[in-house]
Ligand binder design. Structure first.
Ligand SMILES: Nc1ncnc2c1ncn2[C@@H]1O[C@H](COP(=O)(O)OP(=O)(O)O)[C@@H](O)[C@H]1O
Ligand SMILES: [Mg+2]
Length: 212
């Protein structure tokens, strides 16, 4: 079993009674309240820098939305360094990059998971230049298609200080959640990320203090 498939990654699914699983459910509920309890919700999960817990948080939040009966689509927006295929034990391609670059049909890049109500679009084939397509008309069309079919869409996106991708994606969604790693994220980086999100007019719906 790959280390990413170890159950630590999907705590909410494997140990729903754990204190941390309870915290993910609390964050889920707070996000819903912050969004005005919209029937349909699309969100970008990001952080100032890599390694702060975006993918772990996105995966566990996706499971916790599915547990409350939402029809959830989790999208691996890290086309340069995708990991969600490993977390959920699905293929890496065809996935998002293929959908964006080749126009392959939406249904061919969406994979069911073993968790009821949760489907995943993995990062897709490694292709140079696909990250540029995250801020494109094709991406917008893909999201429109997803919004018609799913009640909650979560996009695990690159770090805010690394690329403009997260802000571009959040502009096409209802908002963003900023993941900070307790004891690691520097305050000045958190402030800079918040400044960039504000400048990009991103609706910041919540902050997750990971590993606290
Ligand atoms: N709350 C947590 N408890 C234990 N390990 C964690 C936690 N959050 C993240 N990790 C681990 O830290 C590493 C980076 O997390 P990841 O979610 O991949 O970060 P990012 O997507 O921001 O780069 C991974 O190996 C992940 O398994
Ligand atoms: Mg990640």
């Amino acid at each position: 079993m790959d280390s990413r498939a170890a159950y630590g990654c999907l705590l909410v699914h494997h140990i729903p009674t754990a204190a941390a699983s309870e915290q993910y459910r609390r964050i889920r509920n707070n996000i819903r309240i912050a969004s005005g309890k919209k029937e349909r919700l699309s969100l970008v999960i990001t952080s100032p820098s890599p390694g702060e817990g975006k993918s772990t948080s996105a995966a566990n939040l996706a499971v916790s939305f599915a547990q409350r009966g939402d029809k959830v689509l989790l999208v691996d927006g890290n086309v340069r360094n995708p990991v969600l295929n490993q977390v959920f034990g699905i293929k890496q391609w065809p996935g998002l990059s293929d959908g964006l670059a080749t126009g392959i049909d939406f249904d061919e890049i969406v994979y069911p998971t073993s968790i009821e109500g949760l489907a995943v679009i993995p990062g897709g084939s490694p292709m140079p230049g696909t990250a540029d397509l995250l801020d494109s008309r094709v991406m917008e069309e893909l999201l429109e298609r997803a919004k018609a079919k799913y009640t909650v869409i979560l996009i695990d996106s690159p770090a805010v200080l690394d690329t403009p991708d997260a802000i571009a994606l959040a502009g096409r969604c209802d908002g963003a959640v900023l993941v900070l790693r307790s004891g690691k994220t520097q305050q000045k980086k958190a402030i800079e990320a918040k400044r960039l999100l504000d400048f990009g007019k991103v609706n910041l719906l919540g902050t997750v203090l990971n590993r606290s």
